[in-house]
Write a protein that binds this ligand. Structure first.
Ligand code: NAI
Length: 296
């Protein structure tokens, strides 16, 4: 089973942080990429952001101006799920909610070809549950990129109970062809990275809640002494607290309320305030122009 040929059209549903990053990766690998989002104007805006990123890469000499222009030219914003019909691979990167994802996969199945692969970028939800009820659950798998998708090499390829081995293998080969470093996993809550990373966030949040030190200090310690690229608070601000809290909740529920994975009240407050991190310019830190001090 070989990688998808670059002539195969890729559909990306969800034009947020991850969808835009994934679309950029696929376009740079030579695929025409159809991008769809439920929010009016979001797919168009994502194409603009990706093209600006490609231009920056070209300006820094990391990509030739011709390749940047060609990749940008392969991005096509579309309006409706039905417009994804020509895609041979659709990658879903919408809200981390099982019911919403299942509804989307039902709608996708109705429009794509019988041999199209349907992949989800879910961070934590059961691939088996997302595929349950699908007419062809064997062509549904997890293809989990990390943030920012154009930079992070790791991709988890996750099989649910019904995923056909050749579908997982094709995704592994495709991720390799896209310059990524895929690793296979079976569908378990949080898969590999988001399972292992839970205590990194949870213990950081508990230390903060207990008043041991503030987020900036804890981040600095983890970076400078712990050797991590980012501390837990700046990483949660990058991921988005809505996304991170939904992942924690889904892993906590999947492990029958195991207290090790208990969600954080501090993070719940940030989500309630709409302080979702970098994407809203406020989270644990304040990213608004002119702001100097941490926001929380
Ligand atoms: P985001 O909030 O930046 O973007 C989600 C986009 O999906 C929004 O533009 C929204 O309008 C759109 N959307 C929501 N429901 C939709 C629907 N039914 N049909 C079409 N579009 C819809 O979220 P982000 O961060 O890009 O996350 C997306 C997915 O990727 C989630 O499942 C998340 O768990 C996963 N993920 C997130 C990572 C992160 O660091 N933020 C890392 C890896 C995976």
């Amino acid at each position: 089973m070989s990688a998808l040929d670059p002539s195969v059209i890729v559909g990306v549903v969800g034009a947020g942080a991850m969808g835009a990053g994934i679309a950029q990766v696929a376009a740079r690998a030579g695929h025409r990429v159809l991008i769809q989002d439920a929010r009016a104007g979001a797919a168009d805006a994502a194409c603009g952001r990706i093209r600006a990123d490609l231009d920056k890469l070209a300006a820094k000499g990391r990509l030739s101006p011709e390749d940047a222009a060609a990749a940008g030219g392969r991005l096509v914003p579309v309006e409706a799920t039905a417009d994804l019909a020509p895609a041979g691979l659709v990658i879903e990167a919408i809200v981390e909610d099982l019911d919403v994802k299942r509804a989307l996969f039902g709608a996708l199945e109705a429009v794509v070809a019988p041999d199209a692969i349907l992949a989800t970028n879910t961070s934590s939800l059961s691939i088996t549950a997302i595929a349950a009820g699908a007419a062809r659950p064997e062509r549904i798998a997890g293809l989990h990129f990390f943030n920012p998708a154009p930079i992070m090499a790791l991709v988890e390829v996750i099989s649910g109970l019904a995923t056909a081995p050749e579908v997982a293998t094709r995704l592994v080969e495709t991720a390799n062809a896209w310059g990524k470093a895929p690793v296979r996993a079976r569908s378990t809550p949080g898969f590999i990275v988001n399972r292992v990373a839970r205590p990194f966030y949870a213990e950081g949040l508990r230390l903060c809640e207990e008043g041991a030190a503030d987020p900036a200090t804890l981040d600095a310690v983890m970076r400078e002494a712990g050797g991590f690229r980012m501390g837990p608070f700046e990483l949660m601000d990058l991921i988005g607290h809505d996304v991170n809290a939904a992942v924690t909740r889904s892993v906590f529920d999947a492990y029958f309320g195991d207290p090790r994975f208990r969600p954080s009240l501090v993070q719940q407050e940030l989500v309630a305030a709409g302080w979702l991190g970098r994407k809203t310019q406020r989270g644990f830190y304040d990213y608004r122009p002119g702001a100097a001090a941490p926001a929380a």
